[in-house]
Design a protein around this ligand. Structure first.
Ligand code: HEC
Ligand code: HEC
Length: 430
């Protein structure tokens, strides 16, 4: 899938390179009233939600498109029993009304996370999960928050215990994955065990035999696969921007009624590879190339700068739940993305995954640690392109005028893209 995505990216960048040449001739005319050139129209088409390909295959999760797995995953996503204090579920931080984010600088579960909560919309298209891409699938990602000491604060055996103790869960699980193993022998399968921060749980986990740990890991992996089957469905629907592109490409006169002159001017800057430069990274129908860049954002207060991808790339390689691991359903040859991933190099230092900009009005505070409260601050950062606190920034100073920045902001606000799902799929199932 990532190969396919990359191909789309290449096509888009070819198109966009072509558009760069035409911008100089527009410089003197008022941006808003200039008609879109053929190359610009190609750029608009490449960003339209209509260009979104079908969901990519998920070879490491053979249940990814199983509706029963998705139903089980939806219940798990909203279930607060999967946490140390019985208060936290995935939906605590990923709220459907806020584009699956939480409006906080840093995620808050049983404790406070050290990064900003990411949207889940369209992330099934991303080969890597998390700001640093330390997970190479949605299902392996879904396991991590449950055992994070600041998110769900639970441990592997407890997560599994919720599923085995609840008759509805047990039967839903067995319908999808086959019989649950017998985990009733508490001497072999302690009630509180997992490779987590809590010393008691960790000691109990270390005392288990490798075979028994693997038995638990298999059930744990399946829980992740069910959650991933649900998350795969969280794809953004059309925004006002997409309706505008439809009108522009149809050459009918409705386009001017859909976008103001200011919004159109902002869009023109956004797709201009020399002036706004945004589309160099925020490209394709999800406004992301899903790769990692250092953009020199300031460090979180009182913390050293985040190393981002340079740590994440290595963590993905050693993750027991990765595409090449024992719990993956993929053939090794289907794991090219992981196998050939770049794991060293100075450009990985401080690099973070390019986030989607769909529904960006709802995903603030912005950046990997919520460093910026507003889009104005984000745009001011891009305009100034300061040195990075760690590694080297990929940004260049833009020298845009205040009116340009205001236009960019008004364009970004046209990207609200509610999930392409029924309301019933966005709430806890009954
Ligand atoms: C305490 C708040 C919190 C909870 C609870 C939580 N998350 Fe997250 N989520 C975050 C934060 C913060 C990040 C970014 C963390 C990082 O990059 O290190 C994130 C990232 C993600 C991503 C990566 C998205 C991307 O584009 O890379 C996915 C997917 C995700 N969470 C799904 C889940 C699931 C599934 C659950 C429940 C099992 C869950 N989250 C529970 C806060 C939370
Ligand atoms: C070199 C690649 C690159 C370019 C060029 C780029 N971005 Fe980004 N963008 C990123 C990355 C990477 C992040 C996350 C950075 C971080 O958190 O450390 C980001 C984050 C953002 C965010 C925050 C989204 C959120 O939900 O937190 C916004 C908004 C944004 N970019 C808009 C823009 C605009 C507008 C432009 C053009 C003026 C632009 N970007 C140019 C790569 C890029």
């Amino acid at each position: 899938m990532a190969w396919r995505h990359r191909l789309i990216g290449l096509l888009a960048s070819g198109v966009l390179l072509a558009s760069g040449a035409s911008t100089a001739t527009h410089a003197q005319t008022p941006l808003s009233t200039t008609p879109w050139s053929a190359a610009e129209k190609d750029a608009l088409r490449s960003l339209s939600i209509n260009s979104l390909p079908p969901l990519p295959a998920a070879p490491s999760n053979k249940f990814a498109d199983d509706p029963s797995a998705a139903r089980l995953g939806q219940r798990l996503f909203f279930d607060t029993r999967l946490s140390a204090d019985g208060q936290v579920s995935c939906a605590t931080c990923h709220l459907s009304d806020a584009a699956f984010t939480d409006g906080r600088k840093l995620g808050r579960g049983v404790g406070t996370a050290d990064r900003n909560t990411m949207t889940l919309l369209g992330t099934a298209y991303s080969p890597w999960q998390f700001w640093d891409g330390r997970k190479d699938s949605l299902w392996s990602q879904a396991l991590a928050p449950t055992e994070s000491a600041v998110e769900h604060g639970s441990a592997r055996s407890e997560i599994i215990g919720v599923v085995t103790a609840d008759p509805d869960y047990k039967s839903a699980y067995e319908t999808v994955f086959g019989p649950l193993p017998d985990l009733s022998d508490r001497a072999r399968f302690p009630a509180f065990a997992g490779p987590v921060e809590d010393p008691a749980a960790r000691a109990a986990w270390d005392d288990m035999s490798t075979a028994d740990r693997d038995t638990m890991n298999g059930v744990f992996a399946n829980i992740g696969k069910a959650i991933a089957a649900y998350e795969r469905r969280l794809v953004p629907g059309p925004s006002r921007f997409d309706r505008y592109v439809d009108a522009v490409l149809a050459d009918d006169n409705s386009a001017a009624a859909i976008f103001s002159d200011q919004e159109a001017a902002g869009l023109r800057l956004f797709i201009d590879r020399d002036r706004g430069r945004c589309v160099r990274c925020h490209n394709g129908p999800l406004f992301s190339n899903f790769t990692f860049h250092n953009t020199g954002v300031p460090p979180q207060a009182a913390k050293s700068a985040d190393r981002g991808r340079s740590d994440g790339a290595l963590l993905a390689q050693t993750d027991p739940f990765n595409c090449l691991g024992a719990f993956s359903d993929a053939d090794a040859k289907e794991c090219g993305e992981l196998k050939f991933a770049k794991t060293t190099g100075s450009d990985l230092i401080g690099a973070m995954k390019t986030p989607t900009l769909r529904s960006v009005s709802k995903t603030g505070p912005y950046m990997h640690a919520g460093q910026f409260a507003t889009l104005e601050q984000v745009l001011d950062h891009y305009n100034r392109a300061p040195d990075s606190p760690i590694g080297t920034t990929k940004l260049r100073r833009l020298n845009l005028r205040p009116t340009d920045l205001a236009a960019l902001k008004s364009f970004l606000l046209t990207l609200d893209s509610p999930p392409d799902l029924d309301r019933a799929d966005l709430t806890p199932p009954n």
